[in-house]
Design a binder for this molecule. Structure first.
Ligand code: URA
Length: 198
């Protein structure tokens, strides 16, 4: 059971979170988004620049990749609960730009409490971790994506777990051949989730 009755109440508490120092520089907390009762919860790493400014998860470049992949496998984003392992943007100022910095283990661990609250309210049957930070956020231990990706695992009595890459990995690839191969692998991982959700 969550301490909070609604996602809106939870988001209000996330906004005043001081569990780790990341709240000090971020514009706002970015709560998870999607229907209560969604069958699938998608967990990313942390908000990026666009998410920090808008207050919504996965609305920047990585979000566009994710949206395209979800619609390709027939699991529309609107039906999923989309959230992050860490709720505040961690960055390094570089001139006018803010460069993404990976959250460390302590920040991910401090934020797991919020993930657990979201999970308790939404009650998804499947949790999909996008990348290594999300895996740590959900499993509370470090595991490489390559060891877990693409297979349904029993998380506990309430939910299954599936790991795949973070969509921003695809944006960093340079070679066309690598992009095609990794995109196809990403889709095949997400297709497992879509199939489970049908
Ligand atoms: N990357 C993430 O992990 N989450 C977002 O919300 C945006 C980019």
């Amino acid at each position: 059971m969550s301490e909070f009755m609604t996602l809106a109440a939870l988001a209000g508490e996330e906004e005043i979170c001081t569990r780790c120092p990341l709240y000090q520089n971020a514009t706002q907390a970015v709560p998870g988004e999607g229907p209560r009762g969604a069958r699938v919860m998608l967990v990313g790493e942390q908000p990026g620049d666009a998410e920090d400014l808008s207050g919504r998860p996965f609305v920047g470049p990585a979000g566009r990749v994710l949206d395209k992949a979800l619609s390709k496998v027939g699991m529309p984003r609107e039906e999923c609960f989309v959230t992050n392992a860490v709720k505040h943007f961690k960055f390094e100022p570089r001139g006018k730009r803010r460069l993404h910095k990976k959250p460390d283990a302590g920040e991910i661990d401090a934020c797991r409490w919020w993930l657990a609250q979201e999970r308790a309210i939404v009650a998804p049957g499947l949790i999909v971790a996008l990348g290594a930070s999300a895996i740590r956020g959900v499993l509370a231990r470090a595991e490489p994506v390559s060891r877990l990706r693409g297979r349904l695992i029993d998380l506990d009595r309430e939910a299954k777990f599936l790991a795949t890459i973070h969509p921003s990995f695809l944006l960093r690839l340079q070679e066309e051949e690598d992009k095609r191969r990794e995109w196809a692998l990403f889709l095949s991982d997400l297709a497992i989730a879509a199939e489970w959700a049908r």
